[in-house]
Design a protein around this ligand. Structure first.
Ligand code: 3PG
Ligand code: MG
Length: 404
């Protein structure tokens, strides 16, 4: 695999076009600050300190969704993390954008409007097609170089990610470098000791894909979340059903995936650890637990793995040389159901194992429960791209950076 060029290879004094991933939760129209800003701020600060004229591109949401908003607030949030000005122009590649780019001096930082407001951005097409769009053809001549820092969006073949690297000298930003190295480790590194993966969350297909591809690499899968319950169902326990037919969490995922779940269980049973107890809320809303073996019929919604399971999972983590986390083991946003997720994370933090924590929301549990990011090998800001990396798939946005 060809290595990509990094900011170390970029000659000073240029005008650079930089793709970040600032895609964030939006609540009542307010963009929520998160790790992505903090991480990308490092790349941007380095470029500004080195005197580049720095123009940033990023996306937010998708047309038709509530989260599809302008990047104006992103400029303010990013500016706070950088400790310097980030100008914003409400235009992607029209006259206003070009005028603002023209006005830049060395050390200035300008954020362009949401790339997805540009019609040519989103359709998934080959990089060669994207390179020919008016968007790319208009902006590229204004720049000396292109930097892609958006590892977490690198699975999308969108113009801002794959078009520019074909027409400009292209480099990986600091976030791209770090994420790439950590997230490909499971496929590329040799570990002498036990490799463990905690898998959970709400999307069963992600878990199943990862388990299907990593069956030879991972020694022990610790299951929780929705997927964990579906595996228990495949194992014969009377769980993994929807109690409320209006809330489709289990049944359609079971329909879509049960054959593969059954196959994975059959082929790799000795590597798969399922919960032996589960937690739910009683009538007073208090955490209550029940052994899986004692469940005759599912009558409550399970929200977390039980304490025995959590302790066992933590022990397995402490004996591991490498631990990967994909998805939460319970509804950790509610403290009483955070036991599984937090036990595994705390065990990782306590030990010196090689670790990568990812899968969108899971990493939020780290600060929520007073742990320090420094005690983890890598906390990924990638969701879909992390899953793809774990399944050994290449990311188109990375691939174009690696082209000779
Ligand atoms: C993400 O937030 O996971 C990436 O930015 C990709 O966003 P998308 O799933 O809307 O393409
Ligand atoms: Mg540690």
């Amino acid at each position: 695999m060809a290595a990509f060029q990094t900011l170390d290879d970029l000659a000073d004094g240029q005008r650079v076009l930089v793709r970040l991933d600032l895609n964030s939760p939006v609540e009542d129209g307010a963009v929520q600050d998160n790790r992505r800003f903090e991480r990308h701020a490092k790349t941007v600060r380095e470029l500004a300190d080195r005197g580049f004229e720095t123009v940033l591109m990023a996306h937010q949401g998708r047309p038709g969704r509530d989260t599809f908003v302008s990047l104006e607030q992103h400029a303010d949030i990013l500016s706070g993390h950088i400790g310097g000005d980030v100008d914003f122009v409400a235009d992607t590649f029209g006259e206003d954008a070009l005028a603002a780019i023209d006005d830049l001096d060395g050390g200035d930082v300008l954020l362009l409007e949401n790339t997805r407001m540009c019609d040519e951005e989103l359709p998934e097409e080959d990089p060669e097609v994207k390179a020919e769009t008016e968007f790319v053809q208009t902006l590229a001549p204004e720049f000396d170089a292109y930097v892609n820092d958006a590892y977490s969006a690198a699975h999308r073949s969108h113009a801002s990610l794959v078009g520019f690297p074909l027409v400009l000298p292209a480099y990986a930003g600091r976030v791209m470098e770090t994420e790439y190295e950590a997230n490909t480790a499971i496929a590329q590194k040799e570990f002498d000791g036990q490799v463990t993966m905690a898998v959970g969350g709400t999307k069963a297909t992600d878990v199943i894909d990862v388990m299907d591809h990593l069956g030879d690499t991972v020694d022990d899968f610790l299951l929780g979340g929705i997927a964990g319950e579906l595996f228990l169902r495949a194992d014969g326990a009377p769980v993994g059903f929807d109690l409320d037919p209006d809330l489709d969490l289990y049944d359609s995922q079971w329909e879509d995936n049960h054959e593969l779940i059954e196959q994975i269980l059959e082929e790799n049973r000795e590597k798969i650890t399922l919960a032996t107890d589960m937690a739910y809320a009683d009538e007073d809303g208090d955490r209550t637990e029940m052994d899986v073996a004692d469940i005759d019929e599912k009558t409550v919604s399970f929200m977390d793995v039980g304490t025995d399971t959590a302790e066992h999972y933590a022990d397995v983590v402490r004996d591991s040389e490498a631990v990967f986390v994909k998805g939460a083991l319970g509804v950790f946003e509610e403290e009483r159901f955070s036991v599984g997720t937090v036990s595994v994370l705390e065990a990782i933090a306590e030990t010196d194992c090689f670790s990568v924590v990812g899968g969108g929301d899971t990493s939020r549990a780290i600060e929520m429960y007073g742990m320090s990011e420094d005690d983890f090998g890598h906390v990924s800001i990638a969701g879909g791209a992390y899953i793809r990396a774990l399944t050994g798939a290449s990311l188109i946005g990375v691939e174009v950076l690696q082209r000779e």
